[in-house]
Design a protein around this ligand. Structure first.
Ligand SMILES: Cc1cc2nc3c(=O)[nH]c(=O)nc-3n(C[C@H](O)[C@H](O)[C@H](O)COP(=O)(O)OP(=O)(O)OC[C@H]3O[C@@H](n4cnc5c(N)ncnc54)[C@H](O)[C@@H]3O)c2cc1C
Length: 473
């Protein structure tokens, strides 16, 4: 009854259309990409920064937790409510109505974008100016979600992650004043002390709801050229990256490596014979992209000859860029349809990728012999998605899940000096690893800052780890 009254209050604040409560309306916002949907009493869709502030004020008054959501493509489990019973159900704050034509400034090479606007809309607006936000991935996220997760993507090797492109944000915090932090700027040189903007990047909405983002744009290259290649082995794949960087550095845009299991899933998803035609999927394959002037393809063909003559690769095919990337971008969805997927987004220093890969396969096989490790990822920057695929319909019991986490994440962090989250950010799926791999001093300072930005703990997924729990050590 009380909850109903509270939701009515939200309606009176924002208008009828802004608050959804019908089961069918809610399902789109409560279903994660992977995993079990969780309940929410309502989805609220503010249309501007004042409405976001009103929602945060409402949440503080009633001690209701708010779960910000952009395009709901996140893979750390932090954009949808937790399963029933785990925590009190949060209200989802969908930022989808914060969506307007991006303000592209071709002279400053920047864009100011509302948080709910999708990456594709920004890039459509930037295209006539020969500009692009060069973060490339198989989903179409919102700009606010990209800030909150610090998206990496396949071109990170050359262009960096979202943090490198964010010039400033506007965000609403949950302190007593519901402060609007407004650090929107198109300045690149702005060395004026603490930047609160950094507190909203890669922090999963736990410190504030981002409403606007100003980004630095890159120039669209005149041409791109792609090839799929078969490295001699994993060490040769690494040597290939080094040679390309050394001799063709200004052309190299991306270098992605796929296991046979990942490529096969992608080819099934695309529905043709794959980049290598009728030949069986190689044990390891790589996608390379060069970009620059019109001669990009010519330079790429020369590089492939170079790699072949050094026996680093056994075969290569030049594939038109759209088709070449279609396979890479189909891996995640393709695996999703292949069985029960446990996603692991880890990174290690790239020099360790070949032995890391072998170790993970051994460790996973000892826990779940029926599991397939379909690893793929951004080898150029050390990122590797070690996705474990089990037969469809298999329920992964908690002890097996813990042992698989240890086999992949534990191996990455403890044996290879890696990270439990390469690019998908922190969420309930990996929150425990944040706690166990972060020093007590840092955790205590983060908890203090959480107290400043959100003293009542109403912001972000309830499974996030940043609050100081009694008895923490
Ligand atoms: C097929 C596929 C491929 C992918 N490939 C990549 C890849 O290559 N690289 C990569 O980095 N990621 C990848 N992802 C993951 C995902 O697309 C990114 O994490 C993306 O940035 C999430 O944006 P979103 O708008 O979907 O955010 P959501 O999923 O809606 O939310 C993600 C997190 O951000 C918070 N949040 C969302 N909006 C806001 C806001 N306005 N203010 C505050 N907090 C907010 C949420 O609470 C949640 O914690 C992929 C996902 C899929 C499905």
């Amino acid at each position: 009854m009380e909850l109903e009254r509270q939701v009515e209050e939200l309606r009176s604040l924002l208008g009828e259309a802004a608050v959804l409560t019908g089961a069918e309306d809610l399902s789109r916002y409560t279903r994660p990409y992977r995993g079990v949907p969780g309940p929410t009493p309502a989805v609220v869709r503010p249309a501007d920064v004042d409405q976001v502030r009103a929602v945060v004020g409402w949440a503080r008054r009633h001690r209701v937790r708010l779960l910000p959501q952009g395009a709901n493509s996140g893979l750390a489990g932090a954009s949808t409510p937790p399963p029933a019973g785990a925590h009190p159900a949060p209200v989802v704050v969908s930022l989808e109505r914060l969506d307007r034509e991006p303000m592209v400034d071709p002279v400053d090479r920047t864009a100011e974008v509302a948080a709910g606007t999708r990456l594709s809309r920004l890039n459509t607006a930037a295209l006539p100016h020969g500009l692009v936000l060069p973060i490339d991935l198989g989903a179409d996220p919102s700009l606010g979600g990209m800030v909150a997760t610090n998206t990496g993507g396949a071109r990170m090797l050359r262009h960096g992650d979202m943090r490198r492109h964010v010039l400033g944000v506007r965000a609403v915090t949950a302190d007593a004043d519901c402060t609007v932090v407004d650090e929107r700027t198109t300045l690149r040189k702005h060395n004026v002390g603490p930047s609160l903007t950094q507190w909203f990047i890669g922090t999963s909405g736990a410190f504030g709801i981002v409403t606007d983002v100003v980004v630095d744009l890159g120039r669209l290259p005149a041409a791109r050229a792609c090839a799929w290649m078969i490295p001699r082995d994993a060490v040769a794949a690494l040597e290939t990256i080094l040679l390309l960087e050394r001799s063709y550095g200004r052309w190299l845009e991306a270098f992605e490596v796929l296991s046979a299991e990942a490529l096969e899933a992608a080819v099934r998803e695309v529905g043709d014979r794959g980049p290598f035609g009728s030949r069986p999927s190689p044990w390891l394959s790589a996608l390379v992209e060069f970009s620059g002037g019109e001669e990009s393809e010519e330079v790429l063909v020369g590089a492939l000859d170079d790699l072949t003559s050094r026996s680093l690769i056994s075969d290569a095919v030049v594939v038109p860029p759209v088709r070449a990337w279609a396979y890479r971008h189909a891996v995640t969805d393709g695996l999703q349809r292949s069985g029960t997927v446990l996603g692991f987004d880890v990174s290690v220093p790239r020099s360790h990728l070949p032995p890391f890969r072998d170790r993970v396969r051994e460790a996973v096989a000892s826990v779940a012999p029926q599991a397939i490790v379909a690893d793929f990822g951004h080898w150029g920057d050390g990122g590797i998605h070690c996705n474990v695929v089990l037969p469809a319909g298999v329920t992964v019991e908690a002890p097996i899940r813990v042992a698989l986490d240890e086999a992949v994440i534990g191996t990455a962090c403890a044996e290879f000096g890696g990270s439990f989250s390469a690019e998908h950010g922190v969420g309930p799926r990996n929150a425990g690893w944040w706690t166990s791999t972060t020093g007590i001093g840092t955790r205590s300072l983060v908890a203090g800052l959480k107290q400043v930005f959100d003293p009542l703990g109403v912001l972000g997924h309830p499974g996030l780890p940043y609050r100081w729990e009694p008895g923490s050590s």
